[in-house]
Design a protein around this ligand. Sequence first.
Ligand SMILES: [Fe+2]
Length: 208
Amino acid sequence: MAFELPPLPYSYDALGPYMSAETLEFHHDKHHKAYVDKGNELIAGTGLENLSLEDAMVAAFKDKTKAGLFNQLGQHYNHLHFCNWMKQGGGGAKIPGALEAKIKSDLDGFDGFKKKFVEAGMTQFGSGWAWLAMDNATGKLEIMKTANGENPVVYGKTALLGVDVWEHSYYIDYRNARPKYLEAFVDNLINWEYVAELHEKGPLKIAA
Ligand SMILES: [Fe+2]
């Protein structure tokens, strides 16, 4: 079953002024589309075609001969969620109750989360992502950073929230000011309801 690029869940101009229509159009229509197209091309004939995206992504990550395929599948997974991790009028400390309590106990509350999350994004050298992840064994929340298309899932964790720190995600709007982009993401864009939904679902189950 071929992977597909779903439409953005909002209009291109919905996230202004924090993320412009130009950024969203390029990010979704060019970058994310390329990951989907290339992923479909590279997965043909590998035997992974009929797996779920999550299972195929983890299998490709474990097989170092499939690094090229992993990059595309990892980025498809990351971007599918990324557009849902943002919304118009989002961000700040308006976090649904159960998740807010967990962030308080595991990360010293919203301020602790913000400090560690922004720092992870700032210190990810080169392209990659910063994450709020849940350990599948303990349920504990943690902040992580990963390079390129990697994500918490390939390290046995569940991705609850991620921010793209590839330059294509912020260079049009913020130029080289990655910290300003990260602050704007946390203060004005995070869709906490979607993060809470993923948290309530619990650990992501991978077949492999
Ligand atoms: Fe991206």
